[in-house]
Ligand binder design. Structure first.
Ligand SMILES: Nc1nc2c(ncn2[C@@H]2O[C@H](COP(=O)(O)OP(=O)(O)OP(=O)(O)O)[C@@H](O)[C@H]2O)c(=O)[nH]1
Ligand SMILES: [Mg+2]
Length: 1128
């Protein structure tokens, strides 16, 4: 990067009014990186002839090979519009669904977004996702409809048809925005009502006629800025590969001069149902009704269509020359002669209607600067979880002013948000890069070389020496330092520093990668070498302010405050795509890179110089990591390298998760196949630098029970057989002195010391309840946190919205759990599990035990009065363990309700503890922690009992030899749940992907073929208007999805690959424990009965992987087997 442009950018960074932080968002392959190329070319970073071909921001090799972007990367550009100069911090994001977490990291740092749409494909699933993400972060979007050339060259539409096509696309996008807007207005309305309600309660009077009408609210709300419309100036039509693009403004200016019509009039009429009345020389309304060409077609599209026709289709030289002169552009002779007409086309277009100008102008005029950050967004960023902004400490609330004013004074606190950490080659860092030598240095070097040459000649004459240097070795150290001394004190210092750095650390693998934080300054100035606080996600400013002395700074040691640490920003960088430029400081409102945080920040963080700053709300991630693989090094001795590599990978990727399973396997969890591939490549080539082998993807399953089915495997009525099945499932040998199973499925288990007995029944939850619980996992987590605080006696200021949401969840559950079986069930919910938030319910049906339910925070009278019984927590823990790993193949349970019908503890039990409350909270904390670390639950549970056992032992040991009662009760509860589960018809659940596939009619058959083979199901199919494309929406099991995209591409010769998104869990209808009982069934399925049993296959595969016992029949009578298979 040239020094002059660097200086310019540094100067521009100080003027927030002229900064635009913008990201480019779109569905995969809609042309984001190509468009970014065009913008980058305006700064001379790449040649404009190559713009659109190099894809400069796709700096990874695999990005170039695969042709898709895999990470978001930023570049700072300078743009001059008249006398105004702007700084554009542009972030290109990936469109592939596997990398949607990268989009979240980009959106957080921006104030505006360029949404790119493919003119042929229109609004695609990922377009909706990114629009929603932009909306959730409160950033303003503008639209670029790209690839218009495809309408001309591929679809061969006429200009009139193209106009209606474009209109439809705009309608589609606006429909998405509209629905987002409506939901927001409705939410705001609800909040307003709530506030009024509260005021009413507080006794403040209200004016009588305050009735909120939803439609009136919608009308009142200002949506003028909201929709995309060319006459608003927030839409650009473009073809990024051909280098052209325009907004209506440009054509309005051209024609106002030509036709003498006012620009404002043209701006309003160029898009829409207007036409030019040639006789009256007037613009009139009603083009469609009168069958006239709309202005947009006549004045805009027709020109472009005829240019394509002359240059590309007919290659009419004369006409081209005429056009070139009338447009007033200059074309090189070699472009005119070029065999590829596209070269000539882009040469003309990029001068006539340069896409970069249109887009940059729109961005600068329509997108907000950092100064215009909305107060609502600031409050949202600053209020984590259930907290209300106005419940934050006063000092914290004052920070809002710093945000809004973008203050960068000496006294203003620094606030920086790091949205991800990315790894760069240490060699590529600016201070390690070779800088170009100045003239003076070159002369100096020449002189040194000459001297050295003379020396060696002199030595030669004296006799042969053994210390001769080859030219590559460079000058001897003495001369080297001399040179540096002459080059100036700073250079010498940095040289020394880099030396000591190199000397102190041995050359290790790790050193090849340095982590840089991808961040933005929201207030103050980020200076190189500055010390800052790193605020963890659970950091509480109120608590910290009460603990810390006033005026504390990050350079003081503050180790005692929880979730707060200090670090030094060793360097700050300007992000320039593939390169970094080191800076001294970066003022407010800019996107930047920060070095030296790798030990303090894992993936994202909030940095501040003020302890009053709260941590920002976590990023909204859309993708759920679901594909797991176990990884091991090729050579076992390289395990430490692998572990270190995986740690680095975890830090470098916002979405990947790395964990060590109970079995000791190192597991990598990724969002999808492409993401997995990238992670493995990174691990192999960058982070671990060893040969690794990855297992086949470990597919997650869930275990559940269902209501007794009516038909069996061969679709025959079950009738009485069902009882037989149950008896089969409760295998012999299970009943013992302590276990009793009745015919209704009630399991009664006594602890080994015979002091406690529990009776449990497993009941399948209705499917709607299961999915409701799944969806509400976050809310249940909040509920649990609130309950925990209540139990600890703390009071929490819960926002009204959270309370409403909890009440909403409860009411929904009540309406779904109807019938005699579920009478009063919601009030009796004891816990959710596994991990206290899962989709299984523990129900309290113990007679005479009134314990507070999970809804106690709603403060229903009566519930508060009841106290917990001793060892209440052991029951919950046993339930958590049972739901974490089921009896089928040790996978988590889902959709099962365990009802505790009896729970007796004999009075001689030595555990009359008054501290059950305390016990409860301790164990809870451990559960929470263990979830974060992703390590084994059972182990943690065992440890939990530790301190409590220790206290109990003296009295307990004398009474029984089985150990503490709480431990026994946990084990008994777990076992009882497992047995109760087994008395019901058990089923496996598989994770399902949805995918949307676009296919032309001729490959439709093959699409169905591939889907069918992989157990996919087509949900619906429709034809895309105006094209011959079909859109097929299908679901398929994750277990069958590997290689799907590849097979698909092969079979349909290069169709856009389908994107798989996790959608839901589905029960497999076949019973894994089914065995043939009649002659016909035996003939039909064979003795093993595994030929058609999908769930048995899945179950055995999981059991085998986990090293569990697999009941298999190896070939016993070879003869017979052969006959059977022949008959089939
Ligand atoms: N015909 C045509 N093709 C284009 C245009 N713009 C981009 N493309 C092509 O579309 C393909 C995808 O372009 P990219 O810029 O990589 O798309 P992207 O949106 O960055 O893709 P991801 O980052 O993977 O989501 C490339 O083959 C481009 O050449 C255009 O205006 N017209
Ligand atoms: Mg891209």
């Amino acid at each position: 990067m040239g020094l002059s442009s660097l200086d310019k950018i540094i100067a521009l960074q100080r003027n927030p009014a002229n900064i635009r932080n913008v990201c480019i968002l779109a569905h995969v392959d809609h042309g984001k990186t190509t468009l970014a190329d065009c913008l980058v070319a305006t700064n001379g970073i790449i040649s404009s002839r190559l713009a659109g071909k190099v894809r400069y921001l796709d700096s990874r090799e695999d990005e170039q090979i695969r042709g898709i972007t895999m990470k978001s990367s930023a570049i700072s550009l300078h743009y001059r519009n008249g006398d105004q100069e702007y700084l554009l911090n542009l972030i290109d994001s990936p469109g592939h669904v596997d990398f949607s977490s990268e989009v979240s990291t980009a959106v957080r740092l921006c104030d505006g977004a360029i949404i790119v749409l493919d003119a042929v494909e229109g609004v695609c699933p990922q377009t909706q996702v990114v629009l929603r993400q932009a909306w959730l972060e409160d950033i303003r979007p503008v639209l670029v409809i790209n690839k218009i050339d495809r309408l001309i060259m591929e679809l061969k539409l006429t200009s009139q048809e193209a106009y209606s096509h474009l209109q439809k696309i705009l309608e589609q996008v606006n429909a998405v925005t509209g629905s987002l807007f409506t939901s927001k207005v409705l939410k705001e309305r609800a909040e307003k009502e709530e506030e009024e309600e509260k005021k009413k309660k507080d006794g403040k009077t209200l004016s009588g006629d305050q009735v909120y009408d939803c439609s009136a609210m919608l009308e009142e709300a200002d949506d003028s800025q909201l929709y995309f419309s060319p006459d608003q100036g927030n839409v650009v039509f473009a073809s990024a590969t051909d280098g052209w693009g325009f907004s209506i403004q440009q054509f309005a200016q051209i024609y106002s001069q030509k036709m003498g019509i006012k620009t404002e009039v043209l701006l309003k009429t160029l898009w829409g149902d207007f036409y030019l009345n040639a006789k009256a020389k007037k613009i009139m309304k009603g083009a469609q009704a009168k069958g006239k060409k709309p202005l947009f077609v006549q004045l805009v599209l027709d020109n472009i269509w005829s240019l394509y026709d002359a240059v590309v289709t007919r290659r009419d030289k004369e006409k081209v020359e005429k056009m070139v002169t009338s447009l007033g552009v200059k074309v090189l002779a070699r472009d005119l002669r070029h065999s590829d007409p596209k070269v000539l086309l882009s040469a003309i277009c990029s001068q006539w209607l340069p896409v970069s100008q249109a887009v940059l102008l729109m961005v600068c005029e329509k997108l907000p600067s950092p100064l215009e950050i909305a107060a609502g967004r600031v409050e949202k960023l600053m209020s984590v979880g259930a907290r209300r902004f106005d419940s934050l400490p006063e000092q914290t609330q004052e920070l809002k002013r710093a945000f809004l004013q973008c203050s960068s004074g000496e006294k203003d606190p620094l606030i920086v948000f790091v949205s991800k950490m990315f790894a760069v080659d240490t060699k590529a860092l600016p201070h390690n890069r070779q800088r170009p030598l100045t003239q003076e240095e070159i002369a100096q070097r020449r002189e040194l070389a000459r001297q050295r040459h003379a020396d060696s000649r002199a030595a030669d004459q004296k006799g042969p020496t053994h210390s001769e240097r080859t030219p590559q070795e460079g000058p001897p150290a003495r001369l080297d330092t001399e040179l540096w001394r002459k080059a100036g004190p700073n250079a010498q210092k940095s040289q020394m520093e880099s030396r000591t750095l190199k000397d102190s650390k041995p050359e290790e693998e790790e050193e090849h990668q340095t982590f840089i934080a991808f961040a933005r300054v929201f207030s103050g100035v980020a200076k190189k070498g500055q010390k800052v606080f790193v605020l963890g996600p659970k950091y509480d400013p109120a608590q910290a302010l009460s603990m810390l002395p006033e005026g504390v700074s990050a350079s003081d040691c503050v180790s005692e405050v929880p979730h707060l640490s200090c670090c030094t920003m060793e360097s700050v960088y300007l992000l320039m795509g593939r390169e970094l430029e080191e800076l001294e400081e970066v003022p407010v409102g800019n996107v930047l890179g920060i070095g030296g945080l790798e030990d303090s920040v894992l993936k994202s963080a909030t940095l501040s110089t003020s302890p009053a700053c709260p941590p920002f709300t976590p990023l909204n991630f859309e993708a759920t990591p679901i594909v797991r693989v176990a990884i091991e090094p090729k050579h076992p001795s390289e395990m430490p390298k692998l572990v270190r590599g995986m740690r680095l990978l975890n830090q470098a990727d916002p979405c990947a998760e790395v964990l060590i399973q109970e079995t000791g396997e190192h597991v990598l969890v990724t969002a999808g196949e492409v993401h997995l591939q990238r992670c493995l490549d990174d691990l192999r080539d960058r982070f671990a630098k060893i040969e690794i082998s990855a297992s086949k993807p470990i597919i997650p399953f869930r275990e559940t029970v269902i209501r007794p089915p009516k038909v069996d495997m061969v679709n025959e009525d079950l009738g009485k057989q069902q009882k037989v099945a149950i008896i089969h499932q409760v295998k012999e040998g299970r009943s013992s002195a302590t276990l009793h199973v009745d015919s209704g499925g009630l399991v009664t288990l006594t602890t080994p010391n015979r002091l406690a007995t529990v009776s449990i029944r497993a009941i399948p939850l209705p499917q709607e309840v299961t999915s409701l619980l799944e969806r509400s996992a976050e809310l249940i987590r909040t509920l649990e946190q609130i309950n925990m605080s209540l139990r600890e006696g703390k009071s929490l200021d819960i926002s009204q919205r959270t309370l409403e949401a909890i009440i909403g969840l409860k009411t929904q559950l009540e309406s779904l759990l109807q019938g005699r079986k579920w009478r009063n069930a919601v009030e009796r919910v004891w816990a959710f599990g596994p991990r206290r938030i899962g989709p299984n319910i523990l129900l309290n049906s113990v007679e005479g035990y009134q314990r507070p339910s999970v809804w106690q925070c709603l403060g229903k009278a009566g519930a508060q009065a009841a106290a917990l019984r001793d060892l209440d927590n052991s029951i919950v823990s046993g339930f958590q363990l049972a739901t974490l790993a089921g009896p089928m193949c040790e996978e988590p349970l889902m959709g099962v309700c365990f009802s505790v019908e009896k729970w007796d503890i004999q009075s001689s039990a030595p555990s009359r503890h008054k501290d059950s409350l305390e016990e409860d909270s301790i164990s809870h904390g451990t559960l929470e922690d263990s979830k974060v670390e992703g390590s084994s639950e059972p182990l943690e549970e065992g440890e939990t009992a530790g301190p409590i056992q220790a206290r109990r032992r003296p009295e307990a040991a004398s009474v029984d030899c089985y150990g503490p009662v709480s431990g026994q009760l946990i084990a008994a509860m777990k076992e009882a749940c497992r047995h109760a589960f087994q008395t019901q018809p058990q089923r496996l659940m598989v994770a399902m992907y949805t995918c949307e596939i676009m296919a032309t009619a001729d490959v439709l058959g093959r699409v169905y073929g591939v889907l069918g083979k992989r157990e996919g199901r087509v949900l619906h199919e429709e034809m895309k208007e105006g094209t011959d494309m079909f859109i097929i929406k299908a679901v398929l099991p994750v277990a069958e999805s590997f290689g799907f995209a590849d097979e698909f591409r092969k079979k349909t010769s290069g169709l856009a690959s389908p994107q798989l998104v996790f959608s839901h869990w589905e029960v497999i209808s076949s019973d894994p424990y089914w065995v043939p009982t009649t002659e016909e069934e035996y003939l039909h399925f064979g003795e093993k009965a595994d030929s058609a049993n999908q769930s048995l296959k899945y179950m055995n595969a999981v059991r085998r992987r986990k090293g569990l016992y697999v009941e298999e029949k190896i070939v016993e009578h070879a003869e017979k087997q052969r006959t059977l298979s022949k008959n089939k």
